[in-house]
Design a protein around this ligand. Sequence first.
Ligand SMILES: Nc1ncnc2c1ncn2[C@@H]1O[C@H](COP(=O)(O)OP(=O)(O)O)[C@@H](O)[C@H]1O
Ligand SMILES: [Mg+2]
Length: 265
Amino acid sequence: MTAVVAAQLRLKLGVVGKGGVGKTTISGLLARAFAERGRHVVAIDTDSNPNLGLSLGLSLIETEAVPVLPRSVVVGSGTTGAADLIAEYGRATPAGPTLLSAIKVAAAGAGCTCSGHATVRSLLAAALADVDVALVDMEAGLEHLSRSGGTLAHADVLLVVCEATRKSVLTAARTAALAAELGIAEVVAVGNKARTEQDVTFFDDALSAAGIELIGVLPYDEGVAGADRTGAVGPVPVTPDIQHALEEVLAGLAAAQGRAADVAG
Ligand SMILES: Nc1ncnc2c1ncn2[C@@H]1O[C@H](COP(=O)(O)OP(=O)(O)O)[C@@H](O)[C@H]1O
Ligand SMILES: [Mg+2]
């Protein structure tokens, strides 16, 4: 995408997909890429076992210390605005974006997380008054798309991350169907951890059969996997191949956002 488009993009993005496909890794990479292009980015971790902070370059101790958004706060009602919540609960990260932690489950038997999801839903509805890009790293599963009203109901675009397995593409197809029911028309896919040309062909064929646009494919990268294994602190390493794939994904997201904005009028 041209630098101009990237530098002007305003986007509410939900990153979804089957467990382990790379949602958190790609959320971190994309949030950082937007921030590097001058966008004010808030990255929202909705995993009950949050680790987006690690992908954004925080240490484990710093990630654990990010305060969790209070549950049941409805942004936009009364005096609470998105800017207030971001200022109070957001934490700066080495990668650039401000991190919010929404759904941490700190104690066994602490009850359901529905009210935390409601907070994220309202935050997403209001977020673009105060930031350019709001990116939500969703926990695996489809519940967030059906949970009363849908956590991601106010997203412009869903990015469904797939690996080269039938099951991850099946999850993508189910996600797209639920998203359509929520009124989110723009669901696009990114393939991740591609090791061979066959993997790339699989993404092309399987996603096209599912009727979902593939906007980019990230290779399997030993540096990314290795950084996770060793617990290296700092933003996820970016090779030229990953960088190239990220550029394609950014372009695809900008196009999807443009279509979403056209529909919204
Ligand atoms: N492109 C990639 N190349 C190599 N390893 C990857 C890549 N993307 C993700 N991983 C690894 O896959 C594992 C799962 O990634 P993660 O982002 O935590 O997935 P999710 O959030 O979908 O559960 C992690 O160990 C991560 O380092
Ligand atoms: Mg994750």
